[in-house]
Design a protein around this ligand. Structure first.
Ligand code: HEC
Ligand code: HEC
Length: 297
């Protein structure tokens, strides 16, 4: 019996050692991915300087980016956990707060469309696979707005992931957090959809509005990478949306209240999405209606 227990003991010890080894290997390969240097020669676009473009850019920035970078672009802590680490979304106000170097136009394009920061490293969590599709005009307006901001002093803890956090990122526990790895950086620019209340323009707005980050790659339901977030339901006709009309949809995105009277969780960024115009919301509604009904409620 004692011999038997001894062998079980060895077996368990072996398993623990194996798990540790696997963790260390994951840590090592994931660290390599995080430290990878990208040298991109990004496309050039023209950045407007007029007031109208800057205020358009501000509206687009709030709708698409404020959930992480804050409504005033001064950055926020998007994730903090003693065991896993801290992720801050950068202060993007001019000069990156007080004392930082301003980003160049190429730095902005590389970060937003390619998911690579000004030091050449992949940006964690930022959904650049969606922002890759933002057309030149809107991207120019957003950059114009960011360049026009006054520096805001908002010191943030540096992004720092613990070895456990790094190993878990490598294991895919939080989904894909490094958009830079999935973007074809050499791909030709997509053909722009004409603005209008059309399925094609709704497709563009849903894509660039990063709805897929949480509602899933085919919008049939998914989850925000943050482990604390509730599930994001299907946006096809298989979900609750089958019982909504266009006005219900617009009201829900403006107020966070569903037609059934439920207040949506703040993980659904309606308080920023409500910067979209009625026509933009109508186009998204048309597009969502055109999808095959699939997914859990
Ligand atoms: C899911 C969260 C998230 C969203 C949404 C997001 N970002 Fe980011 N962004 C980040 C993180 C995290 C960083 C990296 C900050 C760091 O490493 O300190 C970053 C970095 C950047 C940088 C690079 C700063 C540098 O130092 O090179 C720019 C520019 C930027 N974001 C612009 C945007 C814009 C514009 C949008 C909207 C179109 C956006 N971001 C949406 C999380 C996000
Ligand atoms: C950061 C994650 C996130 C993003 C990005 C996001 N959503 Fe959501 N969404 C959620 C979550 C979570 C819920 C569920 C909220 C609840 O019921 O409390 C939700 C709920 C909804 C609902 C209500 C659906 C129902 O059946 O009750 C609609 C409509 C919706 N989202 C539309 C959108 C659209 C359109 C976009 C893109 C412009 C978008 N969402 C982007 C997380 C997100």
């Amino acid at each position: 019996m004692r011999k038997f227990m001894k062998w079980i003991g060895f077996g368990l010890l072996g398993l623990v050692a194996l798990a540790l080894l696997a963790g260390v290997a994951l840590y090592a390969t994931t660290s390599q991915r995080l430290n990878r240097m990208y040298s991109l020669s990004v496309e050039t676009i023209s950045i407007p300087t007029d007031r109208e473009s800057i205020s358009q850019g501000q509206r687009l920035f709030i709708a698409r980016c404020a959930g992480c970078h804050g409504a005033n672009a001064a950055g926020t802590v998007i994730f903090q956990d003693a065991a896993l680490g801290v992720i801050s979304a950068a202060n993007l106000t001019a000069g990156r707060g007080i004392g930082g170097d301003p980003l160049t136009d190429a730095d902005y394009i590389s970060a937003i469309r390619h998911g690579v920061d000004h030091t050449g490293h992949p940006i964690l969590t930022m959904p650049s696979e969606s922002y890759f599709y933002i057309n030149d005009q809107e991207l120019g307006e957003m950059i114009a707005y960011l360049k026009s901001t006054a520096p805001v002093d908002n010191p943030l803890p540096a992004t720092q992931i613990t070895p456990l956090g790094i190993a878990l990122i490598g294991a895919g526990v939080f989904g894909d957090l490094m958009a830079a790895e999935h973007i074809d950086h050499q791909a030709a620019r997509p053909v722009d959809a004409q603005p209008g209340v059309t399925v094609a323009y709704g497709d563009y707005l849903v894509r660039t509005g990063q709805c897929r980050t949480c509602h899933g790659p085919d919008l049939t339901g998914g989850k925000d990478p943050d482990p604390n977030a509730p599930p994001a339901p299907s946006l096809t006709q298989a979900g609750e949306l089958s019982t909504w009309n266009e006005a219900d949809f617009i009201r829900a995105l403006r107020t966070g209240r569903t037609p059934g009277g439920r207040q949506m969780s703040p993980f659904m960024p309606w308080m920023y999405i409500n910067q979209m115009t009625d026509d933009e919301m109508k186009a998204m509604w048309l597009y969502l209606h055109s999808l095959p009904p699939q997914g859990q409620k």
